[in-house]
Design a protein around this ligand. Structure first.
Ligand code: HEM
Length: 221
């Protein structure tokens, strides 16, 4: 029974708040496309000016991510894919949900370390994050890693939402599950494209920065 509740909490946290944060993050990044370097910096500064931002981040991102991520790795480790026996769509979804969860985990640890954690350490200012992203995505290997991670995380989110709607009894019959499958597929495409377009935009020279702190960071990003 305890396992039942911890699974339910894991499932809920994937959508609220993590799914919400994921979409918010997509929009913040997209402000780089709409408003260029200054538009992106404005969005970052606005987010960080929110009241109680420390607690918003703690309860809206860090703790849910820690629980969902670590428990998710445990679920993935325990799971038994049966692709060989039944080549059904649902088995593929099941396996891909776990594989993309592991990719997302590895990516988030790295991504948070090279961006948010550097702000915490005082190596980078909020205003320099656009420049930091520029330094990252102009390196082909890191750009490739980011592209793979974006596709994986977007699939994990959209397919997870589809599975969440079933496991919480919201889409019960086969017809509603087919309709939600099409909607979640559409969501996957939109989210992936918006993240990728923002990623490529960070390559623009207007994001380049001469800050010495960022130059020294180049040694490890
Ligand atoms: C940090 C690394 C992550 C790992 C290792 C991970 C792992 C997993 C696993 C194994 C499942 C399947 C659970 C099951 O079927 O019982 C899952 C479901 C899910 N995950 Fe994640 N996840 C991670 C990050 C995220 C993030 C950042 C989001 C939000 C964008 C997210 C959203 C979801 C959703 C919505 C579900 C579906 C819940 C359900 O089936 O009811 N996950 N995750």
């Amino acid at each position: 029974m305890r396992g039942f509740y911890s699974r339910k909490i894991h499932s809920l946290l994937g959508v609220i708040p993590l799914g919400g944060f994921f979409l918010e993050h997509m929009l913040t990044n997209f402000s780089a496309v709409e408003g260029g370097a200054s538009g992106f910096t404005d969005s970052v500064l606005w987010l960080n000016s929110l009241p109680l931002v420390f607690f918003l981040e703690l309860f809206g991102i860090w703790l849910p991510l820690l629980y969902h991520g670590v428990y998710g790795l445990y679920i993935a480790y325990q799971s038994k894919p049966n692709l060989n026996r039944f080549k059904l769509e649902r088995n593929w979804r099941y396996t891909l949900q776990r594989v993309t969860g592991v990719i997302t985990f590895i990516f988030i640890v790295w991504h948070v370390f090279e961006t948010r954690f550097q702000v915490t350490l005082g190596n980078v200012k909020h205003e320099e994050l656009g420049g930091l992203m520029h330094n990252i995505v102009t390196q082909p290997l890191l750009l490739t890693f980011y592209i793979i991670a974006i596709v994986a995380a977007s699939f994990h989110f959209a397919n997870g939402l589809w599975s969440f709607l079933i496991s919480w009894g919201i889409t019960v019959g086969p017809r509603s599950q087919r309709v939600s499958s099409v909607i979640c597929l559409g969501l996957f495409v939109i989210v992936t494209v918006m993240f990728l377009v923002s990623l490529v935009t960070f390559r623009d020279s207007e994001f380049q920065t001469t800050a010495t702190a960022l130059q020294s960071l180049k040694t490890f990003i």
